[in-house]
Structure formats: C-alpha cells, structure tokens
Design a binder for this molecule. Sequence first.
Ligand code: 0A1
Ligand code: ZN
Length: 876
Amino acid sequence: MRTDSPQTIYRKDYTPPSYLVETVELGFDLDPARTIVANRVTLRHNPDSKSRDIVLHGEDIELVALRLNGTELNPGQYILGAHTLTIKAAPLNAVLEIETTCVPQDNTTLSGLYVSNGSFYTQCEAEGFRRITYFPDRPDVMAKYTVMLRADKEKYPVLLSNGNLVEEGDLPDGRHYAKWEDPFKKPSYLFALVAARLVCQEETYTLQSGREVLLQVWVEDGNLDKTDYAMQSLKNSIRWDEERWGLELDLDRFMIVAVGDFNMGAMENKGLNIFNTKFVLANPSTATDVDFAGIEAVVGHEYFHNWTGNRVTCRDWFQLSLKEGLTVFRDQEFSADMIGTASGRAVTRIDQVRTLRQAQFPEDAGPMAHPVRPDSFVEINNFYTVTVYEKGAEVVRMYQTLLGREAFRKGMDLYFARHDEQAVTCDDFRAAMASASGRNLDQFERWYSQAGTPVVTASTSYDAEGQAYELTLAQRCPPTPGQPTKLPFHIPVAVGLLGADGFDLALNLEGETTVVLELTQAQQTFRFEGIREAPTPSLLRDFSAPVILEYPYTDDELVHLFRHDSDPVNRWEAGQRLAMTRLLKLTAAVQQGAELELDYGFIAAQRALLLDDGLDAAFREQALILPSESVVADQMDVVDPRAIHTARQFMRKTIATVLRAELLNAYAANETPGPYSPDAISAGKRGLKNLALAYLCAAPDTHIVELARRQFEGATNMTDRAAALVSLIHSGADAEQALRSFYEQFEHEALVVDKWFAIQANAPTTDVARVRELMQHPAFTLKTPNRARSLLFSFCNGNPAQFHAPDGSGYEFWAEHVIKLNALNPQVAARFARTMDRWRRYDPALQAHMRAALEKVAGAQKLSNDVLEVVSKALS
Ligand code: 0A1
Ligand code: ZN
C-alpha cells in the first residue's frame, strides 16, 4: 500500500497566475531516444497576483539549462521540486530560456510527446505540456507560440504544428526543419506537433466571406481511400458554424491528423486537430453506419471547439464543462441538422437519452458522482466524464429550452463579444445568457453545483365539470458524495396532452400543443383550462431535462402514447416503459424459478409499430430495441446480471417467435440495393433490417441461420457484414469459419481487427478463459488503447452475464489488468477501473469478490493517482 496520499485540488482554492506569458518560442530536435526542447518564454508579472514567484510545471523531463534575462541560473537560484520549478522573487519582466530533454519512445502514457508507429505526436490536454517543457501549464495562461521543428527528413518527412507554416528547408545530416507560427493566443493544452511519415487529402475551401482556406486530412500511407468522409464532415462543420452561429474559421489552414495510439476520441489543438484513427478512417468496406456517424460528430466536435474552447477557453479545469458541455451540445445540434427531418432529429435525441441513462445516470448515482462543475479532484484526467460532457450538454440545451432559440443565440453572441481570447468560467456563460435574455438564472446555477439525477414525480387530476386538468410536479434529488442534501433545481418540463383520438389537445388560447413548464420549487401545481376530456399526459417531451420522471402510467395509457404521441421521443419512451415493466417482472420470475410469460398486448403494440410504414425505419428500429441489461440493472435494488440476461433473452426470443413473419418482411423490405451511402435514410433501413435479423437469430432455425450466413458472405459493406457476424454468433450456430474468414480478410485494417475482438468479447459464450485465450492472439496488445478497449473493456462492460461469473473470476481478471494497464497508461487504466464503480449494488457473495479485487488494485505497487482516485472512491 502506498503511504504518500495524493493531493486533492479544490475549486475554491483558485488563485490567478503570478506571471502571464506573452510569447513562447519552442525549438525541437526530435529524436525518439532523446528529444531536445529549447523553450524561450517572455513573462510579465500579473498585477492580479501578490506573488512574485515564477512557478513552472514539469514532469518526466530532464532540465539541461536555465537562463533568466540572459544569465545562466545555477541550482541555488531556483527550486526544482518533483513536479515544479520555482524562481523566487523574480523580476517584473522575465525572459526564461529553458533547455530540457525527454524520451518519446518510452512514453507509453500517450500524454506529452510520444511515438506511435514510428512517428511523433503530442497530446497536451489536460496537463501534458509539462511533459514537454517547463511551463505554467494552466489554461488561464494564454500566449502566442512560434515553433521550430527539426527532424530526420527520411523518417519524418511531414512536420506540423499549430497555425501557419512560415518557413521550411533542409539541414545538414539528412535533417530538415519547419517553422510554424500561431497568430492566436492559446493555453498550453492546445499546443500540438506532428513529425511523421504521412500523406494527405487536401482541398481549398471558400468561406461565406469569400476567404479561401486550406483543409487537410493527414493519414498513414495506404489510408487515403478512407479520408473522404472526414473531409466532407469538416466542410459541413465549417458551413454549419457559419450558418447557425455566425462563427467563421479564423485560420488560413486547418489540419486533421489521424493516429493509431490515442487515449480519447480526438483533440482540438488549434489548427491541428489530432484524432484517434477510429474517428477519421472510414470507407464502406471497413466502417459501419455507426462509425460514419461517429466521424461526423467528432470532426464537428473538434472543429466547433475552435470557438467554444479555443478562442474562449476555461479559467481552470473545474470549468471543463464550459467548453465540453457547450461543444457537445453544438455537435449534437450539428448531427441533428445534417439529417434535417423532424423524425431524424428525434432519433439523434433518443440516442442522447440512451447515453444518459446508460452511462451518466449511473455515474450520478455512484461513488464518482460529481457536479457538472466539480468542486475537487485528485487527477483531472478522471473528470473527462459523461457528467461533464453529456450532462453538461443537457444543461446548455436547457438554456435553449427555457429562453427559446432566439434569445439563446443572443446569449451566445454576447458570450463571444464579452470573452473572446479570454479564459472564463461557467458563471460567465450563465451571466451572458441572463443578460441577453433579461431572465433571472440564479437558481439555474444549481445545475452546475449539485450532483445527482433529480427525480420528478408527477400526479394529475381532471375536473370534468370545470374542464380543467391539474398537473402536480414534485422534485427531489438523492444524496451524492459530499452533498447530503439538495436544493430544488430550475427544471424545464415540456408537456403535451393527448385526447382519446390520439391527437394533441390545445393547451391555451394560442392553441399551443406543447408548453414548457418551469418547475422551480419542491412541488408545484399547474392548471390547464378548457380541457374537454380526460387526457393522457405526455411529460418531459423531447427529454426537456436530464431527470428521472415518475408517473403511474397504466399499460393502456402507455400503449396510447406509443401509438400516437406527436412527440417521437415520448413515443419511444412509452415503448421503453412498457418493455421495462415486463423485463423486471420476467427477471423476478427467473429468480424465483417461475414460468416465464410475455403478454400478447405488448407484442401487439410492437407489431403495430413494426408495420407502421408511415414511420422512418430508423425510428422503428429505435422503438423496437429493448432497454439494455445495464439499464434494467439500474432499476433493481440488488442486481442479478444473469437473471436479467435470461429474462431479456426470453423476451427477444418470444418476440422473434410470434413476429417471425413480420420480421422476415421487414428484413426483406429494408434492403438497400446499389452503392453504399451512409446517409440517415439508408442507415436507418440497414439498422431496421439488421435489428430484424438480430431478433430472428434469437429464435433461429436453419432458414434463419442460412439468412445470416448469406448476408455475412454477400455483404457489400461493413455494416451488414458485422451485423450478420454478430447475429450468427448470437444464434448459437457455428461461427468459427466466419470469424476466421473475417480476420483473414481484414487483418491489415486495425480498426476492423478491433471489431473482430469486440464482437468476440461480447459473445454470450465468451467467458474469462476465452478472453485470456484471445489475449494470446498475435494481434493483441495492451499498449494500443483501441485494442485494449476492444477486448478488455468490451468484455468487462459489455458482457455482464459472463463478467459477473459467481466464482469472481471476472473480477480477478479485471484487477490483474487494471494493474498491468496502470504501469503502461494510467489514463486508460483509470477508465477501465471504473467498471467496478457500482459494486455495492450486487448480492453479498459477488460483493465480497468485488471488494477483494478492488482492494488488490488499491494495494498494488506504484499505483498512479489516476487509478488510486477511482478505486479509493469506490471503496470509501
Ligand atoms: N478535449 C478533447 C478530449 C480530450 C481530452 C483529454 C485528452 O487527453 C487526456 C484527449 C482528448 C475533446 O473534447 O474532444
Ligand atoms: Zn471536447
């Protein structure tokens, strides 16, 4: 067990930097074994600070020389701590010249300067710049950067950094150089360099203003057949940001670089976005519809950061959601606008609700729960969470819902007008929204400061004589770590009322059919007049707030909503509620060894929806997907993963058996002949077709298995091929040959090999022993995060019935590999460690095994702060 306990950093302790940086001139002599970094920084004392000490951060780097205003400092004139370099009582104006070295080839953390497949890349957010040079590595220090890169020309023909290329040329000894200048002030976390053997797809693009910009997508040789969609998405993003928000690209050049070893999805470095290959490379034969949609969203996300994050950045890392929540909201709106239709929009919204329920609500209810703007952390990298990102996006969306689109846009404009080139806080954003709209948003602040998912309980009464309908809403929020009690939130609740004929009733004299109620107190009653019949309430339309809504719906009401609600999100929601009550009942029946039964009423509602040709295929697909095993688990006091799995499988099998003819029809009717296109209509058809196949394979016979095999062998795109392989495996038929041929066909496509591992990790028959076998495959490595995720994360998070084996072997496997990953890459290890967050919700026998596994990790040697924070919060 380690003795030095890691330091907790508190938001309340923020102090302004003692010195501000005006310019940074960086010189790199790139060598994988010993890179020399020369850094010349011009500093000026910050009048807002009382301290005259210059504090620079540094980690895993070797100091070679240090000069202050031209004079060499000897070790007595500065203090070199474990992670800082301090110069006491410094002059008001200081030029520091710092020479350091680092070893990129040994950097397996993928933070700072590292090597991937023989080339150099950087990742500086959140605190990676200090692994490159000594610097005040905090986002409120913004400076202008000039960068000189020198490297072997043969090995690293491409030298890139932020901003504009101002000079390049050859050097002696086969080396060459490139000099880059970024015209905009930026925090150090947005610095980037790439020195690599790459090729690019490029294009000049004309902005609405008429200005021309150069767009490039850089990839390894052999991948130029997979860059079109990223380039198209980039152009769409640029256009959309101009049209929807009046925001123009401020650079003459914008580059995207794809790298195979990357901790996250992508990074918004100014003018030089660095991407996980997963979110760049795609063509029809290697990528699925989901992959294409992911590329569009992530390319958009990183591009939109150029304004929300880069031009206006965060004062400190507690404000992370200022840029992330806002930018996720922007990428969500971008993806929705790219589809264009109302039902297409709804499908993207349903996906967002799914993510919240699947990942964010559990986080809010677990040991790592934190507000959208956290109050403390041990390791900031642990706070790139679904709460900061997705719940943060919901918070931004609620402003728009409360203020209306027009006032929200005014608020955005004011935010940029006030804060361009500044490092600001979530409060500054809220203040801009309040000023622009004239609304009091004081109470709205609680969405930033209080953790936990609010529960809104609704009750209704109808007065037939007075033709009035009353809706009473009450709210509460469960305690979370460090926050035992909560104050009421300001919650927008969008409401509609359906008549018996399925149509919306008018809710007021203007004839509106949806109104946004503002719940601000613990309990409030809202009254609707002129309501001619007892209606069915459609509550929280479009999921107007990230809350859990409780209302004692009857099955009949839910079926009515499932058939008729004009709000597609609530239509879907009604189906999920119907399915959930059945899944819970079936799970209880499994536990009691009782007979399993599914009522025909439910299947009939599913049938009607499947046959409703008036609905988009994509929507029908969404409506027919049953709540996932983990969402069902969240509804149980004591989670029984195996019983849930059995219950859900029974339900799928019953639906497949009763609706066999309809599913076969849907399968045939949603073929997408002709060349592949990732557009939403075609993707929706493939989605419904492949969902039909998946259902059919839950009750397979030789004909069905043959159907899956034929699709697998004849597929002309990866969506159909991968879906057929999954269905084949889940049908229980022999899939060995298919798996082998899939691997042989794609063994040189790393992203497809990832799928090959993930599909097997999620297979119902894959147990720990099988995962260990797969780890022996020559293509497996723990060092590439994508590969580790494809097998280990997929199994431990995506195959609960096997992971939670009663003998605890899954947990032992987990502990062993958290420890292994910790030695290589603490960030990835800490993410993997979160698998066990909610261990207290299982039965005592499983809990005992889980505790042992957690304690094993907590007691391991050389544990990173990243992992330590996660496991100690889980155990506390
Ligand atoms: N800002 C990026 C996400 C990101 C965060 C941290 C990273 O390394 C620790 C890398 C990327 C985004 O939101 O896309
Ligand atoms: Zn982001």
